[in-house]
Design a protein around this ligand. Structure first.
Ligand SMILES: [Zn+2]
Length: 792
């Protein structure tokens, strides 16, 4: 008697005789693996202040955090002078050769676009050296000690700075390392990365390059992620995996970071002869650059992780031959249960192609065994795009709805208590996937749908391998594991235990690889881009479909009431996930309310034209909050009046003129030769300011060359009336000398000078923020700018 061929698959790959037991066992195993992943991403317990002296102690480091971040200490301020004195005293107290590099330095990288001209700063870097016994090179531990003007920088970057002080203490009490260790605490990172740029370009200790370990924080909690490396990083990553006690890092982060408009001091070193690693913790981003970035908000577990890794890496690089750390290639690497897995980047494309071939072979086998037809395989592949598109779209719509209910979120990098919203996005992604699966499982068949998921993972793997190689492992490896699980299932008795074991193992691989990016992408990108995490969550769901299938009754074979019951049961996971998404979003809205400790962020600045007596309130909020709305009434263009504030359109409103002086312009010399005029001027602030700008009306003269404080600056014509400009951060009280070589167009040359200080409390018409209204994390809120045009 012939057995009728199986209807195109009633099960994905496994059909265990005791399905409920198998389903529970597989689910419990995956949950355990998921818990292991979360433990691997968690921060260590902070060591107390009386920990052994060779160890890094967050307790000891935190004492320095409290001193450094006692108040906002923007570059050039008296508060920053006090911080610097504390750093110098501490490092000298350790017996280290310590000095202050006092210099005028240009910015690193390409930040000038928004700032309105060539950017420089007066910087004072604190540099200390622990000489090695037999150096093969130098190891640089770098952090910035300045803060933004809007907050004390309790995390950003008192975390990195105090961690380095504690590492310096631990290193100077133990045996001397072989290589030189140089501690570089930079100035004016927030303004323009100028401190790091000045060190990398001009300091004698930087002349021969070396290994840079940069320590940053962009939040208040979460694991420290090694998110950026120099090119050809294989040897560095190998050492990172071996020597960092908590090696959380992924080659995918490097790719994401390159796509984001962020920069750190590390950029300044990459422009030069350095190699290195850049690390930061990034969760709790709501307080980033705000007055709430105080020491009390720091997660000392994150500080411990920063310090453990920095000390481990400093010791290892301190003994390694630094002769040639540049490998011929980049590595692919990612965290696996507390460790780091890595393989050479040149394997990326072959692996991706292998995964594609393996999944193709699986499809062919499924067809041959009668588990699927060409038609259902094609349908499975095509229809898998539905959740891949719908889940991110749903996440975006969910966040749009939540920000409509709570508009203040628009100005936040991430909500204060984002966990509920993150879980809501994950639940929503699961709901989309389960719903899709329940609808198609009987029609297309579980095997064809499982194939469709693996096929897309493999296709994404190839696309990523070409475009974003560091991220290709995310889909290539789960696709490979899933294909091999399929082969194993097809090669063994279908109703035996092995198919269940095989699909569970493959799903575990997917959980290990794809759960960390789901967890880390939320803080990295913020809820506004929760769609990206939703996409990764769906990819994870597709990779574990054969296990999800075990939760369902058979897809075929039943009739009548049994079939109806099966369909109802099949809809259960989708319904439960959808309900969870709604409940979690609701809990988020209920829990994360704005209050005095979690204020709604607002942005306000004040700009005065001292020549005309016209003043304005300005905000960068696109839809002004109720508090801000009391100051502004429409869109304004400031490019003509305040070129030093950039060229973007802002919201603005009229203000009362404050009796504040504009910076003075002293003409030191004026010489002519041929059609050229050389103007030497000194811009002198008439009050305590944070920055000075000088712009030339390129309708009155063409600027040929320029120098600021003796340094030549690039002359690239900009847009608009004020086509040439310079921005100088942390100017000394005696002002800044600027030399302009230009060709006038006939009459007087029009020059506009502006300066800016911080704090609006003395400005006429300013009403202090009520409780529950706070200051947004930015480089310009609370700024008070005064400008004036001078004809020369
Ligand atoms: Zn910062």
């Amino acid at each position: 008697m012939g057995v009728p061929p199986t209807r195109p698959a009633d099960r994905a790959f496994a059909r265990p005789r005791r399905r409920p037991t198998a389903a529970v066992a597989a689910t419990v195993a995956l949950l355990a693996v998921g818990a292991g992943v979360l433990v691997g991403l968690s921060t260590p317990a902070p060591h107390p202040a009386d920990a052994p002296e060779g160890e890094f102690s967050a307790g000891r480091a935190f004492r320095n955090v409290e001193v450094i971040a006692a108040e906002p200490h923007v570059a050039g301020s008296a508060a920053n002078d006090r911080v610097r004195e504390h750093l110098v005293g501490t490092l000298r107290g350790l017996g280290l050769q310590t000095e202050v590099q006092d210099a005028v330095a240009p910015e690193a990288g390409q930040l000038s676009g928004a700032a309105g001209g060539a950017t420089l700063a007066r910087v004072r870097n604190v540099v200390a050296r622990l000489p090695g016994t037999d150096p093969t090179g130098k190891v640089f531990l770098v952090s910035h000690y300045d803060s933004v003007q809007t907050g004390p920088g309790g995390n950003d970057d008192a975390a990195g700075t105090s961690a380095i002080l504690e590492v310096a203490r631990a290193l100077s009490t133990g045996p001397r390392p072989r290589n030189d260790i140089v501690f570089v605490l930079t100035d004016a990172e927030e303004a323009c990365l100028c401190g790091a740029a000045g060190f990398a370009a001009d300091h004698p200790l930087a002349r021969d390059g070396g290994v840079v370990l940069n320590l940053e924080a962009r939040g208040s909690t979460g694991p420290v992620i090694m998110f950026e490396t120099s090119r050809n990083n294989a040897k560095l990553v190998e050492i990172f995996g071996r020597a960092a006690p908590h090696p959380v890092g992924t080659s995918f982060a490097v790719e994401i970071y390159r796509a984001l408009p962020n920069d750190t001091d590390f950029t300044a070193f990459l422009d030069r002869r350095f190699v290195g690693l850049n690390s930061a913790y990034i969760d709790g981003g709501a307080i980033y650059h705000t007055p709430l970035d105080v020491p009390a908000r720091m997660d000392r577990g994150s500080l411990q992780m920063h310090g453990d890794n920095a000390l481990g890496l400093a010791r290892e690089f301190g003994r390694t031959d630094l002769g040639d750390l540049r490998a011929g290639h980049d590595d692919t690497y990612f965290p696996v249960l507390g460790g780091l897995v890595r393989y050479p980047g040149w394997l990326t494309l072959p692996l991706a192609v292998a995964a594609l071939l393996a999944v193709g072979a699986l499809g062919w086998l499924l067809r041959r065994r009668g588990r699927a037809t060409a038609g259902t395989l094609a349908a499975g592949f095509g229809l898998t795009l539905v959740p891949v598109v719908v889940a991110p779209l749903g996440a975006w719509l969910l966040w749009t709805a939540i920000t409509t209910i709570r508009p203040g979120y628009a100005e936040l990098l991430d909500p204060y208590r984002p966990v509920w919203y993150r879980l809501a996005v994950v639940a929503l992604s699961a709901a989309v996937l389960f719903c899709w699966y329940a609808l198609l499982r009987r029609r297309v068949g579980p095997a064809a749908l499982a194939f469709g998921g693996l096929a897309w993972l493999a296709v994404f793997g190839v696309l990523l391998a070409v475009a974003v190689p560091g991220g290709a492992y995310l889909t290539t490896l789960p696709a490979l594991a899933g294909a091999f699980a399929g082969f194993a299932a097809l090669a063994t008795r279908r109703d035996g235990p092995w198919p269940v074991v095989a699909v569970t193992l493959a799903a575990a691989v997917a959980v290990v690889i794809l759960l960390p990016p789901v967890v880390l992408l939320f803080p990295a990108l913020g809820m506004g881009m929760g769609a990206v995490a939703a996409l990764v969550a769906v990819l994870l769901g597709l990779a574990v479909l054969p296990v999800v299938d075990l939760l369902h009754p058979r897809a075929g074979g039943q009739r009548g009431l049994l079939a109806l019951r099966a369909r109802r049961l099949g809809a259960l996971p989708a319904a439960a996930a959808a309900l969870a998404a709604v409940v979690l979003a609701g809990v988020g809205l209920a829990v994360d309310r704005f209050d005095a400790a979690h204020p709604v962020p607002t942005h306000l600045m004040y700009a005065l034209d001292a020549g005309t007596g016209k003043a304005a309130w300005l905000t960068r909020e696109e839809k002004p909050q109720p508090w801000t709305d009391g100051y502004v009434d429409g869109t304004v263009s400031i490019a003509d009046d305040f070129p030093g504030l950039g060229t973007t359109e802002l919201r603005g409103g009229p203000a009362t003129a404050a009796p504040l002086p504009a910076p003075k312009l002293d003409l030191l010399s004026d010489s002519r030769s041929g059609d050229q005029r050389v103007l030497r001027v000194r811009v002198v602030p008439q009050r305590q300011v944070r920055l000075l700008t000088l712009h030339v009306d390129t309708g009155t003269a063409t600027v040929r060359s320029a120098s600021v404080a003796g340094r030549d600056v690039p002359v690239e014509p900009g847009d608009g009336r004020w086509g040439f400009g310079v921005v100088f951060h942390a100017p000394p009280p005696e002002g800044v000398e600027v030399t302009l070589t230009l060709v006038p167009r006939g009459g007087a040359v029009s020059v506009r000078a502006m300066d800016a200080s911080d704090g609006l409390s003395g400005v006429p018409g300013f009403r202090p923020r009520p409780k529950g209204v706070g200051v947004v994390g930015s480089h310009s809120s609370e700024m008070l700018a005064v400008a004036r045009t001078y004809p020369l």
